[in-house]
Design a protein around this ligand. Sequence first.
Ligand code: 5AD
Ligand code: SF4
Length: 473
Amino acid sequence: MAFENLEESLRQKEYIQKMQEYVEAETEKIGRALTYHIETFGCQMNAKDSEKFAGILQEIGYQEEADEEKADFILYNTCTVRENANMKVYGRLGQLNYIRKTQNPHMVLALCGCMMQEPDEVQTVREKYPFVKIVFGTHNIFKLAELLYRSTQEKGMIIDVWEGTDEIVEDLPALRKYPFKSGVNIMYGCNNFCSYCIVPYVRGRERSREPEDILSEIRRLADEGVKEVMLLGQNVNSYGKNLNQPVTFSELLKEVEKIDGIERIRFMTSHPKDLSDELIETMGASKKVCTHFHLPMQSGSNRILKEMNRHYTREKYLEIVEKLRKAVPDISITTDIIVGFPGETEEDFCDTLDMVRRVRFDSAFTFIYSKRTGTPAAKMENQVPEAEVKDRFDRLLSLVQSIGQETSGRDVGRTLPVLVEEINHQDQTLVSGRLSNNTVVHFPGCEAMIGRIVNVKLKESHGFYYLGECTEA
Ligand code: 5AD
Ligand code: SF4
């Protein structure tokens, strides 16, 4: 059971105050505001955590600096799901050290996130990147102000990584990237131990937040003008199972639906093994839950799914897809697929291609299997040769893309609601937003439309986006 620790959030507020005094004094001394830059790697969870960091830093008095090389405080929120994410961080650290030495000696560097939960990575940072000032992990992100304060008082690298926690500390400032939509954590961690995945080791055991805490956060967001919420968890379908008074994810969704002002509800991520008929029914009846379902399949081979410890079969997956499409006819289904899991044969891979053809995913994130030390799959002997994996990856990608292209134009001619997100980056006369099924739409519009849901006639399909025309005055 997890509990929200109010005492700790009060303690952190004291550190925020101490840092405010420090930043004020520094600003006076150097004659300009202190700045921060956050670089976020990985998933929606990290993006959400970064909003919390930004909130704390702004409260302290730091101003955002888009150019990381100029910032006084740089925070890398890292990901370790696949190895290339780690390599990216080390590459950038090398560059930053050069900038620090030649142009910006006051630069303070901090690393946090999933990669820092791995002792070997922390050891590498300690040995090869001694200029990094603060290292912390995923379980104590609320301590940023305290760690910053310590960095002003202490010499050397400050390392504060917890192995796990049963605490949830919320109620600290957070800055939202968009005023009209927000992620909301409903649970932390993962208990599934898919054999390739490092997440359960770096994000810890599953902890659900109490429904009342979640709902009051969403009510507050709605009061502030938020129209769309994304409920976040590694496996939202098992939400609430380990609460003192168990609640299902579907029950939670029904409660969120009742909140005035919230017009769209999304969630991420789902696990097929825990996806209930009750949830499908709730989605079918809902006016607010979006018509998009991201349902990671990982592989289409029953043998590989078993080796991956996924606890479902291709038949079960197809059955869920069928039920979802029946309950929500417009639904867009997307997925994650891994290629080259240890022992994957050509036959297994063909099963994956076959599933892609049967389900006809609207889009799919395709990944080359990455060996993560400490996971059961890393010890499996029959790792697939690189050239073979690459060849399969290319074949999968081209199939996914060609099916995506065939399905992508299916709503041309319809008029559908779009939540307008921003002025188009390439053409300032256009605005960009998303349909309920998450597809991007560009259409002529202006700044005043941002944050509103407007009806748009979809005129042309361009693969991953539509061009349209607003039908409202
Ligand atoms: N190698 C490749 N892809 C992975 N993923 C998770 N772990 C690995 C790994 N070791 C993918 C899964 C998951 C997505 C977030 O990342 O497809 O759904
Ligand atoms: Fe990783 Fe599986 Fe948990 Fe997703 S459900 S985070 S893939 S262990």
